[in-house]
Design a protein around this ligand. Sequence first.
Ligand code: SF4
Ligand code: SF4
Length: 424
Amino acid sequence: MADYRQMWQDLGMDLQTHDVLCDVLPQAFGDVYLSQKNRPEGMDFFNMVVAEIHGIRPAELVEFQKTGGKVFGTFCVYVPDEVIFAADAIATGLCGGSQFWVPGGEKVLPTSTCPLIKASVGARLDATCPFFRIADMYIGETTCDGKKKAWEILAEDVPVYVMDLPQMKRDKDVKAWGEEIAALKDKVEEFTGNKVTAEKLKEGIKLINDKRRALARLYEFRKQPNPPISGKDCLLVSQIAFYDDPARNAQMINKLCGELDERVQNGVGVYEEGAKRILITGTPMAIPNWKLHHIVESSGAAVVAEETCTGVRYFEHLVEENRDTLEGQIDALAERYMKINCACFTPNEKRIDDIKRLVKEYDADGVIDVNLKFCSLYDIEGYNVEKAMKEAGIPCLGIETDYTDEDAGQLRTRVGAFLEMLGE
Ligand code: SF4
Ligand code: SF4
């Protein structure tokens, strides 16, 4: 890795503690990713991004800030990046996916908070992640109680702007979300000093839609009888999409897809014949949370899709591109974003419909419904998911886990038993 120590120091990071993270990540990545056989060459780019995850992109963001640019950190797929890019600013994902940051979060949050929130708060307060140091402003949302309270704690340390996400999906809620998007536009304009014009927002919409199209194209390959790319690799591509420059990201995903096209034509797949096909549903898996995918795939099965925010919820549905007024564009954004089905909504039958649809589209043999420990939203909704799967005759395994490796052995046993049951 190139030497980024000066940059990290300038960002006020705790270099000593950060070194510990830098030491363990390559080993973990090697074990989980580089050990896979027959990976597409196009994954080299994404390997490189992970190898330099605290270097290359942060350095680009710092350069951007030197020219007066503003960087906004986001934590949820409801926050419309389009508006941020339309103000000539940059949006970057900030969700923490490593146990490394959890103790830092636990200094100020109850232990009974979900690891994603604890890791995100810990990464900021312990100064061990450059992205959390670089972001000039965080954009939060009112999706779950843990996050709502976490924003208040983070706001003591960094400017935080919170969007009020409705929790139902009536017409008036879609309208209210449109108003929140308009208010975000005003905030971003004020913070950056740049005007969001209809022309700029149209470009922003196209930019993010192009990334969605690329991810959707990638996921199409997972519908193949023997996919030419692993579920683990697709998860990595999706996780990186939250951080990388959107145009470059779409370009690199499309390049990878070109290679996958050839693989399909040549009958190249990455799984053993007869590998069981698994759809994962539930809570998001922020980088570097690869735990469940690794357990499932190293047990001989294929993860063919994720009904999660680091899966299809991130890219399904495009924003209408043909609206020419700011008002019309904001309506189009609200319409698209309110099609995402997070467990923070009630009622949320459409999420169940999504899961059943995805089982069909990706020809899944079974569903694993995963819940991050202490996420009561997805935990409680797990009841409806499992009930609906039972009614539909779709085998479903509900599991709860966190970022530690403590339960890895037990999970492996449960996943193994589930896969065996699918084979009967
Ligand atoms: S699970 Fe819900 S709150 Fe979390 S990122 Fe997804 S939409 Fe946002
Ligand atoms: S996983 Fe659940 S508790 Fe954690 S941030 Fe997402 S919605 Fe909130």
